[in-house]
Design a protein around this ligand. Structure first.
Ligand code: AMP
Length: 478
């Protein structure tokens, strides 16, 4: 099928052609004609499948007729993170370049005054993260009565991040008669329940994930040895040494380097800069302008190494990223897939290295179960993490090959009396997204949740962070 068959306008087709797309992806082929017909969509699709264009392209055409009124957006797109929201806004610029739609991006960390001004002029498309949208709504910054199309993107990510109560509140503010496009990479029961509540007779579309990382990306596990308590204390240094060695040896053009904790993002960033690397950092405690500037520089390849938290793990579309490093093994297996999926995009090669120590074994097991195969040990041919773990292999095979000590699996010696036997590394702030996964939605929105959105996958913001406490909002009229 070609784009011309989908019923899109010449303006949109021209923009798609300029973007260099020769044919629609499966989700575009399946969704676009139905969106144009006004149907609700329940799309089970991940980032990387072209799902953004599957809703933005037809929305541009639908919005071509009609005009926006002040503070009354005509369509609303909800995204879980600022970065994804920004990316969707960029998509509107690319695909809407031959039309004249007004859009607003409402995300935490940016000046509310500016955002209100844009809304005042009237916008066709409002792209927002849930917390900031509700803050602005509560301050009287907008009316949602005119929203005719609602897009809820990355619904399972919203659930992970505890935003579902916010999303439910927002949906309750939008007219019942509307078109709803609902996308989620996975469909757990809670997401299905929401889909049932929000959608009317939807067209259900499921597309295969983009070529899975297991097939396209060269993945390696680098075991960082420690035997004694002292070794463990110095593990950060050992990992940093191992990482620098990999960067030097593996022809790294540009890389995302994921840490589980924001503190470690800062430490590692400093260390890389000290060692002469062209590195920047990105995590949820940074101001939004700094996050945006860093991400833009990285995308423009002005910076080659970006040390980051999971705030950068999902959906970000970075051209031609040669490497992903997991400085820490992610504690949720899906995060591994999202992290390494930043490389090897659009048919390009990608390499992903995960630095691990033996206590990470249970996380590695979960990852290997999810991706359906063992992650080969770096320099060890086919050896998997499980095989390399000290308790699983006989002494003779402990050292997988001639790989240097720092990256080889520890020899399975009996632990010394000093050797600790921790259950698992205990990060001070667990990687993952703010609240508990699969948390049950609460009936009413708690103000704190707006702050979580801004830190994405990090621990709660320190101090007030970007979040505006409700009492400050009361007397203010923008
Ligand atoms: P998404 O899943 O929306 O994040 O899109 C992933 C990537 O695919 C983005 O870089 C898009 O620019 C690109 N893309 C979207 N549609 C197409 C298409 N039909 N052909 C080629 N690339 C596409």
């Amino acid at each position: 099928m070609i784009f011309d068959d989908l019923g899109l306008s010449n303006e949109v087709l021209k923009a798609v052609n300029d973007a260099g797309y020769s044919e629609p992806t499966p989700i575009q082929e399946k969704a676009i004609p139905h969106v144009l017909m006004g149907r609700d969509i329940l799309g089970c699709a991940q980032t990387g499948t072209g799902k953004t264009a599957s809703f933005t392209l037809p929305m541009i055409d639908i919005l071509a007729s009609g005009r926006a009124r002040a503070r009354m957006p005509r369509t609303l797109i909800l995204e879980p993170t600022r970065e994804l929201a920004t990316q969707v806004a960029e998509n509107f610029d690319i695909y809407g370049k031959y039309t004249s739609l007004a859009k607003a991006l409402i995300i935490g960390g940016e000046s509310m005054g500016e955002q209100v001004k844009i809304l005042d002029r009237g916008v066709d498309v409002l792209i927002a993260t849930p917390g900031r949208l509700l803050d602005l709504f509560d301050r009287g910054g907008m009316i949602l009565n005119d929203v005719k199309i609602l897009v809820i993107d990355e619904a399972d990510r919203m659930l992970d991040m505890g935003f579902i109560p916010d999303v439910e509140k927002i949906v309750s503010l939008i007219p019942k008669i509307r078109q709803t496009l609902f996308f989620s990479a996975t469909m757990p029961a809670e997401i299905k329940r929401l889909a049932d509540a929000f959608l009317m007779n939807p067209r259900e579309i499921t597309v295969a994930p983009p070529a899975t990382p297991v097939e396209k990306i060269v993945q390696r596990l680098v075991m960082v040895d420690h035997r004694t308590k002292r070794d463990m204390d110095g593990l950060g240094k050992k990992k940093r040494d191992a990482l620098r060695k990999l960067i030097a040896e593996d022809n790294v053009r540009n890389a995302l380097i994921f840490c589980n904790r924001k503190r470690d993002v800062d430490i590692l960033h400093k260390s890389l800069v000290k060692h002469g690397h062209d590195a920047a950092r990105l995590h949820g405690d940074m101001s939004q302008p700094a996050r945006t500037e860093t991400m833009n520089k990285f995308k423009a390849q002005e910076i080659s190494l970006l040390v980051c938290s999971d705030v950068a793990a999902r959906g970000l579309d970075i051209d031609d990223l040669s490497h992903v490093f997991n400085f820490d093994v992610p504690m949720h297996a899906e995060d591994y897939v999202h992290r390494i999926g930043r490389t090897g995009r659009a048919g390009r090669d990608g390499r992903a290295f995960t630095l691990a120590w033996r206590e990470d074994r249970k996380y590695i097991d979960a990852i290997e179960k999810l991706i359906g195969k063992p992650i080969p040990l770096h320099g060890a041919g086919k050896t998997s993490a499980a095989e390399a773990a000290p308790e699983a292999i006989p002494a003779k095979e402990a050292k997988p090959d001639a790989e240097p000590e720092k990256t080889a699996a520890p020899a399975p010696e009996a632990p010394t009396s000093e050797a600790p036997a921790p259950e698992a590394p205990a990060p001070e702030a667990p990687t993952p997204e703010a609240p508990k996964r699969r948390a049950k939605p609460k009936a009413a929105r708690k103000p704190k949740q707006a702050a979580k959105e801004d830190t994405a996958s990090d621990k709660p913001v320190t101090g007030m962070g970007d979040h505006m406490p409700a009492f400050l909002a009361n007397p203010v009229k923008s």
